[in-house]
Design a protein around this ligand. Structure first.
Ligand code: SAH
Length: 392
């Protein structure tokens, strides 16, 4: 019936499309998805300026470099399963392969499930709080091929640990590091506090826009590296760096945008980030890339911005890449009084972006360009980069 009503709709390719809920747009062809996202951007953002055609992926599959699977015991079939939680529940839906996930990562997870049986290890039971393996997290550096496996366990005790690690490495010689993360709390958070490196350096490296970035089990790293480069290149294009600019990278995470900017023509860069671990990674990343004209500070971007605005120092350009909630009102007010000539806003939510652009526009910033980039094919998420210039 539905297919008749909406002719461009297609049957979702994925057998767990409804149960998983991760790919909301899989009932559309990829071309339709891009049109849907473009329309949404035009509706929400068109009043501020020109919305350029969305930059989609040539092959919109297996783009995720970070894959996570929950483990559980299926009593009915008397076996361990791994997969995703059914949306808004704690039932594990078995998934062996996913259209959006890295294929190597998916294969590793299936093989870990097989090894559990060989080693007589159990899956964690959320109801009783007993059992061994809770989750497996795999991260792969698409630019380097390095692979990290994180085994999240309910107990610190890991019977047969060395043999398990040996067997896993034999099946997957591409694995460069294995970490045990212990999560013994009754929580829906995947990762616990304690970590033990079982093999390799405990981190992997990836390359992006000609820079190297270290990735640890907990650090934030963009999940679609191919499109991240498209996004960052646009951000640099909108920034129009000439070698003279003092640049602020607000909500900087592990410093990726700031480091790329420091290498592509900024005079100096200051990164501001709330998460202490991310700041530590950012400092290390700057060192690893031999970038000397960048500094990082840990704190709330809004508060920090207020201090900068009061100090009266001149800043030429501000990049901001806030979480979905957008920038805080305090941040935007301080940004406008700081008055950099250019602002490059990177957003993962066009609704909060529209709200914030309204504030910037009312304070003498003009939107030059709006560029949607499809970072999350088959999902409803939309990423945009916006170039703004001060008009007086
Ligand atoms: N620019 C980075 C990270 C973007 S994600 C990249 O491209 O990879 C958004 C970041 O904002 C996260 O690292 C989060 O920790 C940080 N953040 C959230 N609230 C913040 C706040 N109030 N002040 C500063 N940083 C904040």
């Amino acid at each position: 019936m539905e297919e008749k009503r909406v002719p461009e709709e297609q049957r979702p390719q994925c057998p767990v499309y409804r149960k998983c809920g991760g790919c909301q747009l899989q009932n559309m062809s990829y071309e339709r998805q891009l049109i849907w996202k473009q329309d949404r951007c035009r509706k929400l953002l068109g009043k501020f300026g020109k919305v350029l055609p969305i930059l989609g992926m040539e092959r919109p599959y297996h783009y995720r470099n970070k894959v996570q699977a929950a483990f559980a015991f299926d009593k009915r079939h008397n076996k361990i399963i791994s997969g995703v939680y059914q949306s808004s529940s704690h039932w594990v839906v078995p998934v062996d392969s996913c259209l959006t996930e890295d294929e190597t990562a998916d294969r590793i997870i299936v093989d870990i499930r097989g090894l559990l049986k060989d080693f007589k290890l159990t899956a964690y039971d959320e109801n009783t709080g007993r059992g061994f393996l809770r989750h497996v997290l795999v991260k792969r550096g698409f630019g380097t091929g390095e692979v990290m496996v994180v085994l999240v366990t309910g107990t610190p005790v890991f019977p047969g640990k060395n043999n398990f690690v040996r067997a896993l490495r034999k099946l997957h010689p591409e694995i460069t590091t294995i970490v045990q993360n212990v999560n013994d709390r009754r929580t829906s958070m995947v990762l616990g506090e304690r970590e033990k490196v079982l093999f390799g350096p405990g981190t992997i490296t990836d390359t992006l826009c000609g820079c190297r970035f270290r990735i640890s089990p907990k650090s934030f790293y963009q999940i679609n590296p191919k499109q991240t480069q498209v996004l960052y290149n646009k951000a640099m294009e909108f920034a129009r760096l000439t070698g003279r600019e003092r640049v602020l990278d607000a909500y900087c995470g592990t410093g990726t945008i700031g480091i790329v900017a420091a290498k592509s023509g900024a005079k100096e860069v200051l990164g501001v980030e709330l998460n202490r671990d991310a700041v530590r990674d950012a400092i290390q990343n700057a060192k690893d890339n031999g970038v000397k004209n960048i500094w990082f500070t840990c704190g709330d971007a809004g508060e920090y911005m207020e201090g900068l605005a009061l100090s009266g120092e001149p800043w030429d350009l501000v990049f901001l890449d806030p979480p979905r909630a957008g920038a805080s009102r305090a941040f935007l007010t301080a940004l406008c009084s700081l008055g950099p000539k250019r602002v490059v806003y990177i957003s993962c939510d066009p609704e909060t972006l529209a709200r914030d652009l309204g504030i910037l526009q009312a304070n003498h910033y003009r939107v030059e360009q709006i560029q949607p980039v499809d970072m999350f094919p088959h999902t409803q998420h939309i990423e945009c980069v916006v170039g703004l210039i001060r008009t007086r």
